[in-house]
Every structure is written in C-alpha cells, then in structure tokens.
Design a protein around this ligand. Structure first.
Ligand code: UDP
Length: 429
C-alpha cells in the first residue's frame, strides 16, 4: 500500500520515453514544460511506492538511421544518437530532482563526470532505496534502439512491465489521426506486434519482451494522470502479452487440438491395411532376459517393400521370442524366420475387410472431430467467464471467439485430410 492508500499493480516498472515525448508539440529538441509534466507524472507513481526505471530515447535530437541515409557511417551516427539520449536523461533528472525525487542517471557509454556507468546490481540497489533510475545511452551498441534498451533493462532488473509512452491512446488498426473509425486494440500478442508492424516497438525489442514474458502497456503520456492509471492496472491503452489474456485460452486450445490430431495419427497407424507399416507392431511386447520389452527396444523394423516388414533383432538370441510374441498377438501375421531376421508379408485385404476398415477410420475421425469441438466449447466458455469477471473486454471476447473458431476449422481440416489419406491407403489394391 502507498501513502495515498492506493495499491499499484506493479512493484517495479520500466517507463520508456521516446525522445519525441520530451520535444512536445515542436517535434524536436527539448521542451522544458513538457519535461516538467513528465517528471510530475513520474513523481506520482514514485509516491505510490513503485520502483521506477526510465529508459529515454534520443529521436528528438538525432536519429542514426536518418543520418545514415544522408550518407553518414551508420555506427558513428548511432553513437551520436546514444549521446543524444544522455542529454535527454540529464534534463529529466534535473526536472525530477527539482520536484524532490532522488534520481540517478546510469549510462551504457561511460561518462563518469556526468553520470554513473550502467551497473545492474547498483541500479537495483538504487531502485530498492526509492531512487528513480534513468537508463541513458541505449544499449551502448549501434544498430539497436532505445526500445531494445528498455526491453533489455526491464529483463535485467526484473521489471514487471514496460510502460511505453506514446502520443496516442494505444495501438490502433489504422491511424486514428487520419481515420476517425480506427479501432483501438485492448490486447495484442507479441506475435501481432512483431508480424503486423503495428508501431509499438521494433521487432528486436518485441522479441526480447516475448522471450522474457515482459508485458507492455502502450498508453498516451500526454493525458495527465495516465502513468498512474497504468501502474494501478486500469484498462488504458493497449496491453501486449501478460496474463489474463485471451491468448492464454487460445494457446491452451491450440495445444489440446494439436494433441488430438496427433492421437488421430496414432489411431490411424494402428488400422492395418494392405501396406506394411512398422507402427502395426507398436503394441507388441516381447518376453526376453527375464523381462518384457516393447518390440522396438529389441529390434529394428524396416519396410524394404510396400508389403514387407523386416524385423532385425539387436541380439539373435531373442529372435524366437519376437516370433512367438507376434504369433501370439491378434494381428494374424505370420513371420518367416531365416535365423537372423524375421520377414512378414502383409496379406492383401478382401473387399469386405477394406470397407470395414474405412468404417473404423471414419469413426475414429468423427470421435476426434468431436474432441476438437469440445475443446472449442471449453475455451470459449473460459473466455466468457473472463469477460464476465471484467478480465477481458467484449472486443477481446469477440476476437478470442473468432481466433478459436479459426483454430477449430484448421484442426478439423487436418483430421479430414488424415482420414482421406487413410481411406486411400485402405482402398489401395
Ligand atoms: N541508438 C543506438 N543503440 C541503442 C539505442 C539507440 O545506436 O542501443 C541510437 C540510434 O541511432 C537511434 C538513436 O540512438 O536512432 C536514438 O534512439 P531511438 O531512435 O531509439 O530513440 P526514440 O525513437 O525512442 O526517441
């Protein structure tokens, strides 16, 4: 609990400020009134007891990529960009300290006269002591961005979230400034961010967040009180990743459906056709060395011809044991031994037997389709419950339902394709 009696959702956060955020409406340089506003916002969450680390950009002063386009060496231009972030960091430190908030700047490029070098453990100590830490100098490497620096530092200091400050209310399906009917996403997956180029952060940064499970909240910094709303866990902006996501349900459903398709494959492999298939022997167990083994632990099984299985035991002595086990099984197959290998010729099937087998295969496929549909129902029920609890919005529910329907269609089509192939195999003369 904080001095104000409000309970923040996050204990430690990384706030990512782009250089442009400090530039205000001018779009370049530093607007001190804007910096003051940002410092006030930071003070507000600091007073809630939240540990705040800030990563600042430098795009208001210098952008490496643009300078490269104008003919500069990329690495040099990037180092200039990193220096720009240090200038920004210093202005923010000054504004925070004016408000009485203890602040340390740590830079990825050493500059001991004006800031501490970046030392992870020391940064964490500062945070624990209630100091705001500003990470400047990006990652210290050219070809990276300060978004990547934010992801990297968040992972290193084990921040619970990255708050991505923007000048719009979140992530939209099209530009909200030019398209009045643009829709804001309330939740997105990391994959959405990486694959759809939604302008949240670059793909290097997003991958790092995804791999380390760091959620991101994209929100509008220009609205007063928004930083606080974000740390209190209010639904503002767009959330990327994190728990209580419709994605969790989707991922769970996808996993289950995959398993069902795998089970279909296994069941089909057990249906014997005129074609030789090592899986036919999967269920055979052999008594040997005073124990019982699955056949494939005692022998290799190969298919040199379409109707021929050859079983080669690792140890000749167990050949008779394997032969006995096959004869004893309900497979009605007759192995022929030459003393070192067993050969099994698969008999051709009668027309009637083929029809029966097709019926069996169809029944398997139908059971599996039902299992996929049950998985869909469970996933959608879970999403409905989440929406009722206000964990997700109506929009999330709708999108989640659509996604789960798509998965259902995809996996049912896979089962249908497996069935079709199996039927063709059974009917093959
Ligand atoms: N930069 C870099 N490596 C880093 C971070 C930043 O080379 O790890 C350079 C790069 O040239 C970039 C500039 O610093 O264009 C400013 O950073 P960025 O564009 O990420 O700032 P923002 O867009 O957040 O203002």
């Amino acid at each position: 609990m904080s001095k104000t009696g409000e309970t923040p959702r996050f204990r430690r956060v990384v706030l990512k400020l782009s250089g442009e955020a400090l530039a205000g409406s001018r779009g370049f340089g530093i607007d001190l009134d804007v910096v003051k506003h940002i410092a006030e916002e930071i003070r507000e969450i600091h007073e809630l007891g939240v540990e705040v680390a800030v990563v600042v950009g430098g795009g208001n002063i210098w952008r490496g990529v643009q300078a490269q386009k104008a003919g500069m060496d990329r690495a040099t231009a990037d180092y200039m960009g990193m220096l720009a972030t240090i200038i920004n960091a210093m202005s923010l430190q000054d504004a925070l300290e004016k408000l009485g908030v203890d602040t340390r700047v740590q830079t990825a490029i050493e500059m001991r006269e004006i800031a501490e070098p970046y030392i992870r453990r020391r940064a964490i100590r500062h945070l624990e002591k209630g100091r705001v830490v500003i990470f400047a100098g990006g990652t210290g490497n050219p070809y990276f961005s300060t978004d990547t620096a934010a992801a990297l530092r968040a992972a290193e200091i084990e921040a619970e979230v990255i708050l991505m400050a923007k000048r719009v209310d979140g992530v939209y399906d099209s530009d909200p400034l030019s398209n009045p009917s643009a829709r804001r996403f309330t939740h997105l997956t990391y994959r959405d961010v990486i694959n759809r180029g939604l302008g949240v952060m670059d793909s290097t940064a997003a991958s790092l967040c995804m791999d380390n499970g760091i959620p991101i909240v994209v929100f509008n910094l220009t609205k007063k009180g928004n930083v606080k709303r974000a740390v209190l866990g209010e639904e503002i902006g767009t959330q990327v990743g994190g728990s209580s996501m419709p994605d969790d349900e989707r991922a769970r459903a996808e996993q289950k459906m995959k398993e069902i398709v795998e089970a279909t494959r296994r069941e089909f492999a057990q249906i014997r056709t005129g074609r030789a298939n090592p899986a036919l022997l999967d269920r055979i167990t052999v008594e040997a060395y005073g124990d019982v083994y699955p056949i494939n632990q005692l022998a290799s099984i190969s298919v040199p011809e379409a109707r021929l299985l050859v079983i080669q035991p690792w140890d000749r002595k167990v050949l008779p044991n394997i032969e006995r086990a096959i004869l004893k099984s309900d497979l009605a197959l007759t192995p022929v031994s030459d003393g070192s290998v067993l050969r099994i010729t698969i008999p051709t099937l009668t027309e009637e037997r083929r029809r029966d087998l097709v019926k069996i295969a169809k029944k398997v496929a139908e059971d599996m389709r039902v299992a996929v549909r049950n998985t869909r129902r469970e996933a959608i029920d879970a999403l409905r419950a989440k929406q009722k609890n206000k964990e997700i919005t109506e929009d999330d529910l709708k999108k989640g339902q659509e996604d789960i329907q798509k998965l259902t269609d995809k996996f049912i089509a896979e089962i249908d394709a497996l069935l079709e192939a199996k039927e063709a195999e059974i009917m093959e003369v």
